[in-house]
Design a protein around this ligand. Structure first.
Ligand code: FAM
Length: 435
């Protein structure tokens, strides 16, 4: 791993100096004002974090180090015979800011394959849960169990210098990412396939090996995994999973502890669990009407009923985005190529045709357009991964790439403990009375 790590450190040192200069020269420059409404309403729109790996534009969608999703699909190295980007390449890009060569990507693939061995006690922890436990609960517990392996925690206990933090955080992050597919696949096979586990194949890339361990050897599914694990990796720093990882990491909790925090946040239905909710919502619709191909009129009524019942339409809306999520579009393109006639995929497309106007007409939903979760379940289902409560685990494996690359940056840049100011309503009332 030597050279990727050295390259990262070299680039991070330059960036660190630039930040010092920026703060020295412009540290007092205001980047925004904060209103009382923002303080009460989820800090929406407040600029308060630095996340180097990606930046979200509300109309354009996500850019990873300046590259949009279509650009990444075009430029990142591919597996032999494949058309979708290898997530190893995206990790390299997020970490270094540079587009990797095929060799860089193969190097990362090989490193992760080498480090993928999961210690037995982690499986014991998983086994101690009832099989009925939600896969995300088992996943979070397993990551926490892996914390016994933390090189950062050990080095900190031995008393390392602040200047070395990044090194151990980097090593832990690489090992953790390497092990996640094995853990996730273990949970899947335990819960849904009678515990018949499949050993890793170290010759495959990270995504293909994951697909293999899950039990899916179709080339189309491997391609889907490469795309899926790429597009879910990062969505700048303020979303719950990224922010939680960053926040906990700022207390110098090691990458295992920090990433567990991110994953418990991803497990919420307004965040990563939405992909499971979407497919359930569609299946309920299909069941209620007794057809797997409901008409647009029937879908429109179902959306109205969902809203009238005081529930959210899962897969629609976003705290930052104000247009169709390019991650949705990328999956739609994939589906057009690989499975355009699939009934659930077509239902997803029909929902897309009718939902925005209905959501818009409520006058309160700020973004009536689909997000990443609106499409992913239908693709997984098409290839036979039908157990929707597992979907968020896949999201989590991917999200590790972004939030752990960011954690490496946090420590390389020496970011301090995060500690924003909070107020009471009593304080707010007195403040407005005085102003
Ligand atoms: N269906 C029904 N109502 C919705 C809605 C939806 N899809 N999206 C927003 N609203 C409501 C929202 O609940 C709020 O209602 P109240 O004023 O009664 O509380 C109102 O519209 C204004 O909300 P907003 O400002 O437009 O959205 P927020 O920034 O507060 O919330 C989301 C953003 C994503 C939590 C919200 O759009 C939502 O609940 N969507 C459905 C769940 C979902 O798909 N989540 C996944 C997000 C995804 F990108 C991810 O993290 N993986």
């Amino acid at each position: 791993m030597g050279y990727v790590k050295d390259r990262f450190k070299e680039i991070a040192d330059i960036q660190s100096q630039e930040i010092k200069n920026l703060i020295a020269q412009h540290g007092e420059t205001k980047v925004g004002d904060v209103t009382l409404a923002q303080v009460y309403q989820g800090m929406r729109g407040i600029t308060g974090l630095v996340t180097e790996t990606s930046l979200l534009d509300s109309n354009e969608g996500i850019r990873f180090r300046g590259f949009s999703i279509p650009e990444l699909r075009d430029r990142l190295p591919k597996a032999e015979g494949g058309n979708e980007p290898l997530p190893e390449g995206l990790f390299y890009l997020m970490l270094t800011g540079q587009v990797p060569t095929q060799e860089d990507v193969e190097h990362i693939s090989a490193t992760w394959a080498r480090r993928s061995h999961v210690p037995n006690h982690v499986f014991d922890v998983i086994e101690s849960f009832p099989v009925s436990s939600h896969p995300m609960t088992q996943f979070c517990a397993a990551i926490l169990a892996l914390q016994t392996e933390s090189k950062f925690a050990k080095a900190y206990e031995e008393g390392i210098s602040k200047k070395q933090y990044w090194d151990f955080v980097y090593e832990d992050s690489m090992t953790l990412i390497a092990r996640l597919p094995r853990i996730a696949a273990y949970i899947y096979r335990r819960k849904y396939k009678n515990g018949e586990h499949i050993q890793p194949d170290g010759m495959l890339d990270w995504s293909a090996n994951f697909a293999h361990m899950l039990g899916f050897n179709d080339d189309g599914f491997k391609e889907l995994m490469r795309l899926y694990l790429t597009i879910h990796a990062d969505h700048e720093g303020g979303n719950v999973s990224a922010h939680a990882t960053h926040l906990v990491g700022s207390a110098l909790s090691d990458p295992y502890l920090s990433f567990t925090a991110g994953m418990t946040g991803l497990a919420g239905p307004l965040h990563g669990l939405a992909n499971q909710e979407v497919i359930r919502w569609i299946e309920e619709l299909q069941k209620e009407l007794g057809t797997d191909r409901p008409t647009k009129e029937q879908i429109a009524q179902y959306i109205k009923d969902t809203l009238a019942a005081g529930k959210v339409v899962p897969g629609y809306g976003h705290a930052v985005l104000r247009k169709t999520d390019p991650r949705f579009t990328a999956q739609m393109e994939f589906a057009k190529k690989h499975c355009p006639d699939d009934a659930t995929v077509q239902t997803v497309w029909n929902v897309y045709e009718v939902a925005p106007a209905i959501l818009e007409s409520t006058g309160k939903i700020k973004n009536p357009w689909p997000n990443v979760d609106a499409h992913s379940g239908s693709l997984l289902k098409h290839y036979g991964l039908v157990e929707e409560d597992f979907y968020t685990v896949l999201f989590g494996v991917s999200r590790a790439l972004g939030v752990l690359a960011s954690l490496c940056w946090d420590r390389a840049l020496g970011f301090p403990i995060e500690r924003p100011k909070s107020i009471t309503t009593e304080w707010a009332k007195q403040f407005v009375a005085k102003n």
